[in-house]
Design a protein around this ligand. Structure first.
Ligand code: ZN
Length: 360
């Protein structure tokens, strides 16, 4: 039998986690993360850690554990991941989203890239270090969090508000997204660092109309009005706004790629960026994407109201512009109410652990 490698362990842990359905619908209707939190705790306890499971609401659980470092005078490092996933409709998938199958050399399933993969890698590395008795130089706090996909209310926010002591001494944190690498050519691979984050307005649009029978003419049909407003917003192109962080990034990228990237001509710039164009494109403007529609209950009844949900994101510093533009595009008769406003993070241009140009 071939010996098991660390890679095998990562794949197994990842598959196990994928098979635990932790779909987060954002309205409390999902299964929650309790089973995943228990699984993670068990994997950590096996090698001597004493993980704590914190339940913020029924079934909404996070796991936190601390590994003692050699030198308690040094600040601690937080390594965090989330165990919830966005929902998946099995009919849309080639491999069942909650089966954790291996095909073509890959693990398939919801969460395989966001972010049960990193959860599994973190667990495997920690388990290996504990197994072989390697102590980190400083304390490491591990957090496997609930509810990241719906704003973190039942996960990160709950812990910070109610269990602050778990993070005593922590001065830095490593989480998802920062680990994406971008291969420029065989000699150059860039590891991007997230220095800012957009804010969110998840909006519910409502149009009130006149209810009536489907056989009659109706000039005030809520569905017709809503659909027009939603289509306008969905097709709307928000203006390009190059923030300081993005300008800095494009400068560095120009250097690394050895080509001129002109922030004023974003279309040409994006066309030259290949695989990361989509990611970079989203940092250049506010966005508002319609994601849900709801109205009516019977084919021959015109409903009095129609609703739609829109995922709105705004660049740091552009919230007012975003809201004004949304109002303008929607026009009168369509009311937008934000359900979960989230502030953008403050842009940082440098950090203690990294500095720009580190690709050199
Ligand atoms: Zn994620």
């Amino acid at each position: 039998m071939t010996p098991r490698t660390g890679e095998d362990e990562v794949a197994d842990l990842c598959r196990d986690l994928i098979r635990i359905d932790t779909s987060n619908y954002g309205d409390g209707s999902g299964p929650g993360e309790r089973a995943a939190a228990e699984y993670v705790a068990e994997k950590l306890a096996e090698f001597g850690l004493e993980p704590e499971i914190i339940e913020s609401a029924r079934g909404r659980a996070s796991t936190v554990a601390r590994i003692q470092g050699e030198d308690p005078s040094r600040p601690a490092l937080l390594i965090h991941g989330h165990t919830d996933v966005v929902p998946a409709n099995a009919d849309d998938w080639t491999h069942h989203p909650f089966a954790g199958e291996i095909a073509d050399g890959c693990v398939w399933g919801r969460g395989a890239v966001d972010m049960k993969d990193m959860d599994a890698m973190t667990l495997a590395v920690v388990r290996d270090r504990l197994r072989t008795g390697r102590k980190p130089p400083r304390d490491i706090v591990l957090a496997f969090l609930a509810d990241e996909e719906a704003g973190g209310v039942y996960g990160a926010h709950h812990l910070v508000d109610n269990h602050r002591g778990l993070f005593d001494g922590v001065t830095e944190a490593i989480g998802e997204v920062g680990g994406f690498s971008f291969t420029v050519n065989e000699n150059l691979r860039l590891y991007l660092v997230e220095t800012a984050e957009k804010g969110m307005h998840w909006m519910r649009l409502t149009v009130d109309g006149t209810a009536g029978h489907g056989s009659m003419t109706n000039k005030d049909n809520a569905i017709t009005e809503l659909c027009e407003a939603v289509a306008r917003l969905g097709r709307h192109k928000f203006p390009v706004r190059v923030t300081k962080s993005v300008r800095h990034f494009l400068d560095e990228l120009s250097d690394a790629l050895g080509i001129e990237l002109d922030p004023e001509d974003m279309e040409t710039t994006l066309a030259r960026l290949g695989g990361i164009a989509k990611l970079i494109g989203a940092t250049l403007s506010n966005t508002a994407q319609p994601t849900m529609l709801g109205a009516g209950y019977k084919v021959n009844v015109i409903p009095g109201q129609a609703t739609a949900h829109v995922d709105g994101r705004f660049l740091p510093g552009y919230e007012e512009e975003f809201l004004a533009e949304v109002d303008r595009v929607l026009g009168r008769g369509c009311a937008a109410r934000t359900s979960t406003p989230t502030r953008p993070s403050r842009p940082a241009s440098t950090g203690r652990w990294w500095r720009p140009c580190s690709w050199r």
